[in-house]
Design a protein around this ligand. Structure first.
Ligand SMILES: Cc1cc2nc3c(=O)[nH]c(=O)nc-3n(C[C@H](O)[C@H](O)[C@H](O)COP(=O)(O)O)c2cc1C
Length: 224
């Protein structure tokens, strides 16, 4: 019981500790082991119907970071100072019948052939009828992108739990960042698109104010 209380306290402290860090101490690097731990919490994250439609690009090349910085208003302080900088890519075609999904189900999840046909039909109906994902390429891509935000949240929280700072980043020009990564051959011939970014490191300075959030009452509604 005491162990659980302790754990809850630690977790809430980590949530209070995490803040959108604008600039990192460039002299402090996250250890290889700690960064692998953060990535592992991304990899182990849940995704809708288990498709894992993501890839985590860890951009350590300063030249590439500078190119991205030129088109990312929200990462001006983070890109040059972050110990590790991640671009979360999302699959553009996470359709039930895509080569990627079929290979994932067969080779990684080892779904037996006799179950596969049933599963494909169920997921077709889910994607097509329930979520209307085939309405546009954008709808399908945004659905995959949503999944990457779960990994993003988990990576930031796990980082905070071991005293590592982070900043989620959407402040970039999607078209321009896509072009840059395309030119570098990092989008695997259009299989991936850019979803969101995250910078990790150690804060250069303490945040200038405590965390502010709306009250629990105003963001929660209980229906009995
Ligand atoms: C998806 C997402 C994108 C964000 N993009 C940026 C960004 O581009 N640059 C930035 O400095 N902060 C960015 N933020 C940070 C938010 O502004 C910040 O989380 C929010 O104001 C709450 O503050 P806190 O994280 O310090 O508690 C982003 C946050 C999220 C969740």
């Amino acid at each position: 019981m005491i162990a659980v209380q302790e754990k809850k306290k630690e977790i809430i402290e980590a949530f209070q500790f995490r803040h959108a860090t604008k600039a990192f101490d460039p002299t402090k690097k996250i250890s290889e082991e700690d960064f692998q731990f953060i990535l592992e919490t991304g990899r182990l994250s849940p995704s809708s119907v288990g498709y894992e439609p993501w890839k985590f690009l860890v951009v350590q090349n300063q030249e590439l970071r500078e190119k991205i910085r030129a088109v990312s208003f929200g990462a001006q302080g983070q890109l040059p100072t972050a110990s590790h900088f991640v671009i979360l890519l999302a699959r553009k075609n996470a359709r039930y019948d895509s080569a990627y999904v079929q290979q994932l189900l067969r080779d990684v999840k080892e779904i037996p052939e006799e179950t596969l046909a049933q599963m494909n039909e169920a997921y077709r109906s889910f994607q097509e009828n329930d979520l209307n994902l085939f309405e546009s390429e954008r709808a399908l891509f945004d659905w995959a992108s949503k999944q990457t935000y779960i990994a993003l949240g988990n990576m930031m929280t796990s980082a905070a739990q071991i005293g590592i700072d982070s900043c989620p980043i959407e402040g970039f020009n999607l078209e321009k960042v896509t072009k840059i990564l395309e030119n570098e051959g990092l989008l695997e011939d259009g299989a991936f698109g850019v979803s969101v970014m995250a910078a990790f490191g150690y804060r250069a300075q303490e945040p200038n104010r405590a965390k502010i959030r709306q009250s629990a009452e105003s963001v929660t509604k209980w229906i009995y």
